[in-house]
Design a protein around this ligand. Structure first.
Ligand code: NAD
Ligand code: DAU
Length: 328
């Protein structure tokens, strides 16, 4: 088996590559990653994986990378909602056009399974209940809209070209190697420095937390057992409001309750996500991580791996982004 992974230098892609190399040691993994600000070779340190540093929008590079691959697992994307609000351009290019380039190459090379990694954000905010795979898509941020567009493109390749596709839609991931612009690593690393976490608005937004290793296992389950053309939700094992999460992390890190600054809310901020995962569970998937344990381990990981995150937070590009994004 030869698998092409895209975005393997990012948070979830790297955790997936690490998991896959243990779970399926005989499989050959090729990683195609442009190494944007979010792509970090240190995420794959110690692994023998060929990484091709190219853009998924580059049809020639994609063609070369896909040669001889049986499976494709497509993670590469621009992923931070706040950045998509500042500038949507790269999101549309990578997330939509990049997916099209990959789908065309997969058809040409006769890949037998193409798994497209997507997000619960495509359903939009739901005040109560759980989003199901057949629900109407109502993306609210430019990021979510670009992912919804890519989901529809994948669907169209199944109907039009009989492409062997699968789509997964996951909730908020947490765990090691997450770039510290996202809420949880930002929170943990700020608290380590006795700096406050900038809470958007009233902090009553609800997120569904999925350990990244459970996500990796769920993706392999769908890759091997999912029905072609289908969509599978991958939710987490714990749902809470952001303000509750902040208090939980403060308590675990033994920091004062008041280490929070309320800042202007994110534009178009979705209030609540929640996924119905019964379809995934019918494939035999069960969560391994309970949130309390996963969160405590994640905090320990950032405490023990300051050498991983510190250079990211002091880099000029990161500081310029923070200045722009949090100016109010
Ligand atoms: P990330 O931002 O940590 O990493 C993205 C990776 O893609 C980086 O390595 C980057 O270099 C690469 N990349 C970006 N543009 C590229 C391009 N044009 N060509 C090649 N490589 C490129 O992202 P993540 O959080 O690991 O998310 C991975 C996937 O999972 C994305 O598709 C995202 O939409 C989806 N997802 C993420 C979450 C989450 O909580 N983080 C939840 C659900 C779904
Ligand atoms: O739901 C899946 C999605 O989860 C993925 O598709 C996205 O790629 C991923 O980035 C994530 O999106 P969110 O916007 O939910 O994640 P983020 O970590 O940015 O924020 C989590 C919550 O915390 C959200 O309600 C916004 C809030 N937040 C975030 C930041 C960065 C704050 O209150 N303050 C902050 O500084």
């Amino acid at each position: 088996m030869k698998v092409l992974v895209t975005g393997g230098l990012g948070f979830i892609g790297a955790n997936f590559v690490r998991f896959l190399s243990r779970a399926r040691p005989a499989w050959k993994i090729v990683n195609l990653d442009k190494q944007t600000y979010a792509g970090n070779p240190a995420n794959l340190a110690g692994l023998k994986v060929l990484t091709i540093k190219k853009d998924i929008c580059d049809a020639k590079a994609v063609d070369a990378a896909m040669k001889g691959c049986d499976y494709v697992v497509h993670f590469a994307a621009e992923t931070h909602v706040d950045r998509s609000i500042l500038d949507a351009g790269a999101f549309l290019k990578t997330n939509i056009l990049g997916t099209q380039v990959l789908l065309d190459a997969a058809l040409r090379h006769k890949a037998t399974r193409f798994l497209h990694v997507s997000t619960d954000e495509v359903y939009g905010s739901i005040p109560k209940g759980y989003s199901k795979e057949g629900d109407h898509l109502e993306p609210n941020s430019p990021y979510a809209a670009s992912k919804a567009a890519s989901d529809l493109l994948v669907r169209s390749y199944f109907v039009t070209h009989k492409a062997p596709v699968l789509t997964t839609r996951a909730s908020n991931n947490y765990g090691p190697y997450q770039y510290p612009e996202k809420a949880l690593p930002l929170m943990i690393t700020n608290f380590m420095e006795d700096k406050p976490f900038p809470q958007y608005g009233d902090g009553k937004q609800v997120r569904d937390w999925l350990h990244v290793r459970d996500h990796a296992r769920a993706i392999l389950t769908v890759l091997e057992k999912g029905a072609l053309g289908e969509v599978y939700n991958i939710g987490g094992s714990y749902t809470c409001q952001n303000r509750e999460l902040i208090q939980k992390v403060l308590k675990l890190m033994k920091k004062p309750n008041g280490l929070v600054t309320r800042v202007e809310d994110r534009k178009g901020h979705d209030r609540r996500y929640a996924l119905d995962c019964s379809k995934l569970k019918r494939l035999g998937f069960k969560h391994e991580y309970d949130f309390e344990r996963g969160l405590a381990q994640t905090i320990s990981w950032y405490i023990n791996n300051e050498a991983w995150w510190r250079p990211l937070k002091v880099a000029g590009g990161y500081r310029a982004y923070v200045k722009k994004a949090y100016k109010k």
